[in-house]
Ligand binder design. Structure first.
Ligand code: 13P
Ligand code: SF4
Length: 332
């Protein structure tokens, strides 16, 4: 039996998405395109989304690209195919617009590793420090930060501050340690990490490299230092994608979430992309949060305009300043 929208609404809090069955004969691509036009909506998708979602999106990008698109969009409604902190950023940049997330429970282990109350106490232990927070954090943590950054612009943001500035970097300790090595700045790090990027096995990457000696190892800076040390190139998802497009090599061992392989294969047909294996037998190089979004949930959320991301106005105002600072610094 197909459930009604009324009963679906009752289920929304528990499930985080509209628990409705979708007719399997429906042309979801066509329906989503129709709804997009009808509702003057824009679909923004992160590279870690399923290939079908990336293909139906108006813009696919990394965290910085998506934030920039959200800041610039003229659409009346933003449908964010990504995780909660990304949709929050889009809402903070567009407080008057409706921002939808296909599954409200699409969270982030890294953002969850910095609970607001504990972060407040931590920050208070370092008076006079400038807080740079990676965009993978909650709106509450953003509101307690001075500048936001992403993996694309973090080095530039740190280097925009005077050399003697005392800095707290949160919440990713791996990215933070990488940035300390890159910039020579002695930053205080929050002890957080991403469950996907921490699970890659150096041993298995080394074995894979022995089998494919011609392949370049390319990694996201959320990975641990031991993995980054054996990498030929380190960059954000857009950085990795551009590298594989422009580099003359023919094959790559890709040490990040597998969703990016879709764009790499599209941009460089004929090249080989080998996903780096995790430290166990599960598909842990798929982000379980990102993969909560499906094409069906995307369609339902556009049709019924639910679930909607709602934030308190005061919180949005406080979180906007450090995001704007990031956009200003990284625009030049
Ligand atoms: P970027 O897309 O900014 O590289 O970040 C990767 C990530 O982990 C997003 O959650
Ligand atoms: Fe968060 Fe890691 Fe998933 Fe990105 S890949 S959303 S950092 S858990």
């Amino acid at each position: 039996m197909i459930r009604s929208i009324e009963s679906a609404e009752l289920n929304l809090d528990k499930n985080g998405y509209l628990d409705l069955e979708v007719d399997p004969k429906l042309d979801l691509f066509g329906e989503i395109a129709r709804l997009k036009e009808e509702k003057r909506a824009v679909i923004l998708a992160h590279y870690y989304q399923d290939p079908d979602i990336q293909d139906v999106a108006d813009f696919t990008g990394d965290s910085l690209g998506l934030a920039r698109q959200a800041a610039a969009t003229g659409a009346e409604m933003i449908v964010f195919a990504g995780v909660h902190f990304m949709a929050e950023t889009a809402k903070i940049l567009n407080p008057g617009k409706k921002v939808l997330l296909p599954d409200l429970h699409a969270g982030c282990s890294l953002a969850d590793s910095a609970p607001a109350a504990a972060f407040r106490e931590f920050r208070e232990r370092y008076p006079g420090y400038t807080v740079i927070s990676y965009i993978n954090c909650s709106a509450e943590v953003k509101a307690m930060s001075d500048i936001i950054c992403t993996s694309s612009n973090a080095k530039k943001i740190i280097e925009s501050l005077p050399p003697d500035e005392k800095i707290i970097f949160a919440p990713d300790k791996n990215l933070g340690a990488y940035l300390i090595r890159q910039t020579g700045r002695d930053m205080v790090l929050w002890n957080g990490s991403c469950m996907v990027h921490e699970i890659f096995s150096l041993e298995k990457i080394t074995r894979l490299k022995a089998r494919h000696p011609e392949a370049k190892v390319i990694a996201h800076p959320e990975c641990e230092q031991a993995v980054l040390q054996v990498s030929d190139f380190i960059g954000s998802t857009t950085g990795l994608l551009n590298f594989t497009r422009d580099d003359p090599s023919r094959s790559y061992i890709v040490v990040t979430e597998t969703g990016i392989l879709h764009q790499m294969e599209k941009c460089s047909p004929g090249k080989t992309f080998i996903p780096a294996p995790p430290d166990n037998l599960c598909a842990c190089n798929d982000c379980p949060h990102m993969k909560l979004n499906t094409l069906e949930k995307l369609y339902l959320c556009m049709k019924y305009e639910k679930p909607e991301l709602v934030l308190e106005p005061g919180l949005m105002e406080a979180a906007l300043k450090p995001i704007q600072r990031m956009l200003e610094i990284s625009a030049s």
